[in-house]
Ligand binder design. Structure first.
Ligand SMILES: Nc1ncnc2c1ncn2[C@@H]1O[C@H](COP(=O)(O)OP(=O)(O)OP(=O)(O)O)[C@@H](O)[C@H]1O
Ligand SMILES: [Mg+2]
Length: 262
């Protein structure tokens, strides 16, 4: 059995691809699915940073430059999620050959249920290959016009590569009259909206603590949405999962006073 490979893309930068990759991956792992998240944003790597993995020397950079094996770049993440971070150095990026990702995919899919690829923004070569190696692409968009325009371009590019877009995750929804509604997004892009993830201050807070929001604040609105979309992809019934939540420490309270929220 080989894994289903989803590339999480957007076109526009900063829409929430890395956040979605991490939390969707963790949520799939929480549903008992063997899942691996890979940071294909080799120029602006962020996935490892969200988990505190940045000190590790072997990353996807070393694999794509032929100096390490993919097995050496796989790390344990939360809830059994496996993670392949990219490195932070510019030199590592320059030495990486994006084409080598095709070979990596052959190995990485073995024995897994899901592979999630965090794609870079834009449509340069290192952004095109993650689209080309996907079974399906998921577009992360924000409810604003610039995000729609770039998502439309990414959809067209995906189709030119002979791949299909599974649907859209509409992230950072604030449910204001001025924002583009889910129906309108679906109509504009000609795609199904898989889920709406609300704007949620716990997202930033959990990033600061290097723990995915679905683990750190499982009852927060964004976590519930992440669990729902994971259930949809996994073919599971959505269920609230009881996870151990850290005690309310001084640092938690300090974070709340800085970032706001309940
Ligand atoms: N639902 C949300 N609510 C609040 N903040 C969010 C939400 N989703 C993402 N963010 C914040 O938005 C910022 C961008 O998110 P993220 O890094 O996941 O985007 P990205 O698409 O991967 O960006 P890039 O194109 O630079 O790789 C981060 O600071 C993140 O914490
Ligand atoms: Mg990112």
């Amino acid at each position: 059995m080989t894994a289903r490979v989803y590339t999480i893309a957007s076109g526009k930068g900063g829409t929430g691809k890395t956040t979605v990759t991490l939390n969707l991956g963790t949520a799939l792992a929480m549903y008992g699915k063997k899942t691996i998240a890979l940071d294909a944003d080799i120029g602006m790597a962020n996935l490892g940073l969200l988990l505190g993995l940045e000190k590790n020397k072997i990353t996807l950079h070393e694999v794509l430059s032929g100096t390490a094996k993919i097995e050496e770049a796989i790390y344990e993440g939360p809830a059994g999620l496996k993670v392949v971070p990219s490195g932070l150095s510019l030199k590592g990026f320059q030495n990486s050959n994006p084409d080598a990702l095709r070979q990596v995919m052959i190995k990485i899919t073995e024995g897994m249920d899901f592979v999630l690829i965090d794609a870079p923004a834009g449509i340069s070569k290192d952004g095109v290959i993650p689209l080309a190696v996907a079974d399906k692409v998921i577009l992360v968009v924000n409810p604003e016009l610039a995000s729609m325009a770039d998502a439309l371009k990414t959809k067209a590019l995906t189709e030119m590569l002979g791949r299909t877009v599974e649907g859209v995750i509409l992230n950072r929804a604030i449910f204001e009259k001025t924002e583009i509604s889910s129906n309108k997004v679906s109509e504009l892009l000609g795609l199904k909206v898989l889920e709406m993830i609300p704007e949620d201050p716990n997202v930033r807070r959990s990033a600061a603590f290097k723990v995915p929001i679905v683990i750190r604040s499982p009852k927060s609105p964004a976590s519930i949405a992440f669990m729902r979309v994971a259930a949809l992809l996994a073919g599971e019934k959505y269920k609230e999962i009881n996870t151990k939540v850290d005690k309310d420490t001084f640092v938690d309270r300090l974070a709340r006073s800085i970032f706001g929220g309940k």
